[in-house]
Design a protein around this ligand. Structure first.
Ligand SMILES: [Zn+2]
Length: 296
């Protein structure tokens, strides 16, 4: 994805990695007709028209919004050197910081980190290992965490990879005095310009405290929907529930509401896991939706 200019702000993508799993593991209800439909507008080579051989490949990336003289990083991927119960990311080494530099940012250039939720694949680069200790990767950043997720992942009841991430990628930021825990019961401004800025908005369901990030600066609005929608196939079957969702019914309702609200508007979407061009617009398509990836 090329850096996108929307009014007075830009949005850049910083890639960590891509990973694919067999489609039936995540979407057992997807039929060949759904795949035929999504392939009309989604060029992902890992999708075939056969549910048995198709793969769901998810990109892990962050976005950096340049707005009002600030650099705001949205979602922080898996991170390096983390002990994880998930083999594909256990003790990972990735080119993430080199990719951040290639987009023109050093860690110290980041003023704010927003996590759409506190799952392990969204908080990892909050910290990095330095002399055997986890320290904030972005030394000059204020990190904003939603209170519901912050409380939930402190609990023994939370799933293991998220608890692992909470310990090495969330708590050290709090200990360093760089975290701000916000109660997201309504729209909450993170950066404010007159009439514009960056806002967090509740979208509870995928995790107890999942949120959307919206940004605008004199042009079209940008929407960072986190894991409200993981993969383009969900635009064809938005009602499907997902095993990753904490509250599956509520997550499906949020997904449908978001799609309904932004379809056929100029809102540019920046999904947390769409690969390739990633950014795009949602359009109605009969009884479902399609996604128009941006060119360039
Ligand atoms: Zn995710």
């Amino acid at each position: 994805m090329q850096t996108q200019q929307l009014g007075r702000m830009t949005v850049s993508k910083v890639v960590e990695a891509e990973d694919g799993v067999p489609l039936p593991m995540i979407f057992p209800a997807i039929a060949a007709s759904d795949l035929e439909r999504v392939k009309r507008w989604c060029a992902d080579p890992d999708l075939t028209t056969d549910p048995e051989t198709s793969k769901i490949t998810l990109s892990m990336h962050s976005f950096v919004i340049r707005i009002a003289g600030m650099n705001v990083l949205v979602d922080a991927c898996n991170g390096d050197d983390k002990q994880r119960c998930i083999p594909s990311v256990h003790l990972q080494k990735s080119p993430y910081l080199a990719n951040l530099a290639a987009q023109g940012f050093k860690p110290e250039d980041i003023h704010m980190v927003l996590c759409t939720h506190l799952h392990f694949d969204h908080v990892g680069w909050n910290t990095r290992l330095e002399n055997g200790r986890w320290v904030p990767t972005f030394p000059n950043a204020r990190y904003i965490f939603g209170k519901r997720d912050y409380d939930h992942f402190a609990s023994e009841d939370a799933e293991l990879p998220h608890r692992e991430a909470y310990a090495d990628s969330v708590l050290p930021v709090v200990a360093a005095g760089q975290a701000e825990i916000v109660d997201l019961e309504g729209p909450t401004a993170a950066v404010q310009e007159i009439g514009d800025g960056v806002w967090l908005e509740p979208a509870f369901g995928h995790s107890p405290g999942s949120c959307l990030v919206r940004a605008q600066a004199g042009g079209a609005q940008a929407l960072f929907w986190g894991d409200t929608i993981h993969h383009p196939i969900q635009l064809v079957r938005p009602e499907l529930t997902l095993p990753f969702d904490f509250d599956q019914q509520r997550a499906a309702k949020v997904r449908q509401d978001v799609l309904e609200r932004i379809a056929d508007t100029d809102t540019m979407c920046f999904p947390a896991h769409f690969r390739g061009q990633t950014a795009g617009h949602v359009h109605r398509d009969g009884d479902a939706y399609r996604y128009a990836f941006v060119e360039g």
